[in-house]
Write a protein that binds this ligand. Structure first.
Ligand code: ADP
Ligand code: TZD
Ligand code: MG
Length: 574
């Protein structure tokens, strides 16, 4: 039996009715389904909802822009395997949040955006209501599903449906529209309580077919040069021990995609991350676990994949992902935990056996590349470049494997992804499938809120600018987030000292650390590697909001970082 929180009673001796309303039913439905945190920006018509949620024990984290609230909810969803919930106001607030909801969908993170909306009868006749917009229609193309609650008695159903849709199958973003009039509607409290329900098994296991499992094992057993590619779906699945057992018991080398770094520690002997090009280019059978053959894996085609004869096993929960870019010889459609467990159960000892020459080739290539990187890391140019700055971050973070790393930018992203080792699963959050800028402070806040652990956000100066105002949010809630702004005076690089601003250039030598000082946080301005190491170690130990302005040579970066090839060719000289 569920109980609803109630409004003041309007009972008379003749009609002893306790009443509830839409606000209370939303909060009751969320609590009943273990939603313990809301990320949002308030205003008409949801301020009362946020206040009531807080009063009823739901943690409310208030942001300065809805995109950042949404990104925090998305990160929370990814990290906890439960939908993160964002709350937005009508029209512009809703649209600001929609970027994050679409990004969550693209990245397969479970998230629900609940938005208030204006008066339906005015919106539908386009009569010019305050913040008028047909939000349901606007959300539809960008999300896994979009729903609207039109009657107060449907609130419980709407919330249950939104949460289940976000989390089941391939996770994604779900939009739930709640018009102001529904929030304000009143109904009998007892009848209202009966409209609420707690989800049973919201993300059911999806077992792979036994013949699919056998086919995959057979293909891997026949391989000489097998390779596993771990994606963020594998990290999300929280099947860490099973995946490790599969990799270690077969001896197959693996390459982690960026957010799968740390699923096995980056210093694991079977990691082929430092020999990525060789491993992808020469493997004869590749097993994708929770990784799509999208642009991040060159669509499974072209020189990255050597002769083009690579055969694929693909473990994924989404049947329509299979064959998306090239034929898959052995699809295993199921949830990763069940699928890897089934593979392990069907596997005979010694059945999958990577050739010794393959393992040796990877080891040799890895050693050569690691030595090359060490030489770059150990140089001490002045001003710092990306490598010399990241040397300090790498050393400091090696002693704090519990810290989360959030990372965005172009050069700042590419260098940090390669240089910063991760030692624990789901500790790295970055620009992801879209290559989006602006996730920085939102993801950092989401990670800090759900974990209570320190977060280090490694941000390009441009990337930081998209969500920089949330520094105030970080200080307001005293979250243990250390933001590093890799300050090279611009997008990719800075302008020459005396030139007018180019499309990529920013103000020269900006003092970003003063932003956090404005809100009572600790600011650092560092120009050399030892000072950076000291500042970061000190800030991590303090566990308080800090921002380190890391001065980087404005000429050190390259346009678009490591993905310059994606720019259209310039047919005519600019
Ligand atoms: P990466 O960017 O790290 O390569 P992607 O985001 O491209 O990873 O791929 C993640 C894949 O994982 C998606 O195709 C998604 O369907 C899949 N996935 C997510 N969660 C699960 C799960 N629990 N079980 C199986 N597959 C999953
Ligand atoms: N807007 C959004 C939302 N996402 C984007 N990816 C971009 C714009 C384009 N863009 C990139 O792809 S990287 C980048 C932008 C603006 C910023 C790179 O500059 P930075 O990093 O200062 O963050 P580096 O270290 O200077 O390269
Ligand atoms: Mg920059």
């Amino acid at each position: 039996m569920t109980t609803a929180s109630t409004l003041e009673t309007t009972a008379t001796p003749d009609a002893p009715a306790e009443l509830t309303d839409g606000y209370h039913l939303v909060v009751d439905a969320l609590k009943l389904n273990d939603v313990d945190t809301l990320y949002g920006v308030v205003g008409i018509p949801i301020t009362g909802l946020a206040r009531l949620a807080q009063a009823q024990g739901i943690r409310y984290i208030g942001f300065r822009h809805e995109s950042n609230a949404g990104h925090a909810a998305a990160a929370a969803g990814y990290l906890t395997k439960r939908p993160g919930v964002a709350l937005t106001v009508s029209a512009p607030g809703f649209l600001n949040g929609l970027v994050a909801l679409a990004n969550a969908t693209t990245n397969c993170f479970p998230m629900v955006q609940i938005s208030g909306s204006s008066e339906r009868h005015l919106v539908d006749l386009k009569q010019g209501d305050y913040e008028e917009m047909d939000q349901l229609a606007a959300a539809q193309p960008f999300v896994k599903a979009a729903y609207r609650v039109s009657r107060v008695e449907d609130i419980g159903r709407g919330i249950a449906r939104a949460l289940r849709t976000a989390i089941s199958g391939r996770p994604g973003g779900v939009y739930l529209d709640i018009p102001a009039a529904v929030l304000g509607s009143i109904m009998d409290a007892e009848a209202g309580a009966k409209t609420l329900s707690r989800l049973v098994d919201p993300a059911p296991r999806q077992l792979p077919a036994p013949e699919a499992v056998d086919r995959a094992i057979e293909l891997l057993a026949g391989a000489e040069r097998p390779l596993v590619v771990l994606g963020k779906g594998a990290a999300y699945a929280q099947a860490d021990n099973l995946i490790r057992e599969f990799i270690e018991s077969t001896g197959v080398p693996y390459v982690p995609m960026s957010m799968a770094k740390g699923l096995l520690p980056d210093d694991h002997p079977q990691s082929a991350a430092a020999a990525r090009s060789l491993a992808l280019g020469q493997a004869d059978v590749v097993m994708l676990i929770g990784a799509r053959l999208n642009w991040l894996l060159s669509h499974g085609k072209g020189p990255t994949w050597g002769s083009g004869a690579t055969k694929f096993v693909q473990v994924d929960i989404s049947p329509t992902e299979i064959d998306s870019n090239r034929p898959i010889a052995a699809p295993v459609v199921g949830d990763i935990k069940s699928s890897v467990a089934a593979l392990l159960a069907a596997l005979k000892p010694g059945q999958i056996k990577p050739n010794a020459a393959w393992r040796d080739a990877i080891a040799a290539n890895k050693q050569r590349n690691t030595e090359r990187m060490a030489a770059r890391l150990n140089a001490d140019p002045s001003p710092m470049n990306f490598s010399s700055a990241l040397r300090a971050v790498r050393t400091a973070l090696a002693t704090r494997p519990d810290a989360y790393v959030v990372n965005e930018g172009a050069n700042t992203l590419d260098f940090a992804r390669n240089i910063i080792d991760m030692y624990e699963p789901r500790k790295r959050l970055d620009s992801g499938t879209w290559g989006i800028m602006g996730i920085g402070m939102g993801y950092a806040i989401g990670a800090a809120v759900v974990s209570g652990k320190p977060v280090v956000a490694i941000e390009g100066d441009s990337a930081f600018g998209f969500s920089g105002m949330e520094i105030e949010t970080i200080c307001r809630y005293q979250l243990p987030i250390v933001t590093l702004v890799f300050n090279n005076n611009g997008i990719y690089r800075g302008d020459a000292a005396d030139s007018a601003p180019s499309p990529t250039g920013f103000i020269q030598n900006a003092r970003y650390e003063k932003m956090i000082e404005a809100f009572g946080g600790i600011g650092y301005h560092v120009t050399d590697t030892p000072s950076l190491g000291k500042a970061l170690t000190e800030a991590l130990e303090a566990g308080k909001p800090a921002l380190i302005n890391v001065v980087i040579d404005p000429t050190a970066g390259t346009e678009s970082g490591h993905i310059q090839n994606l720019n259209p060719k310039r047919a005519v000289a600019h």
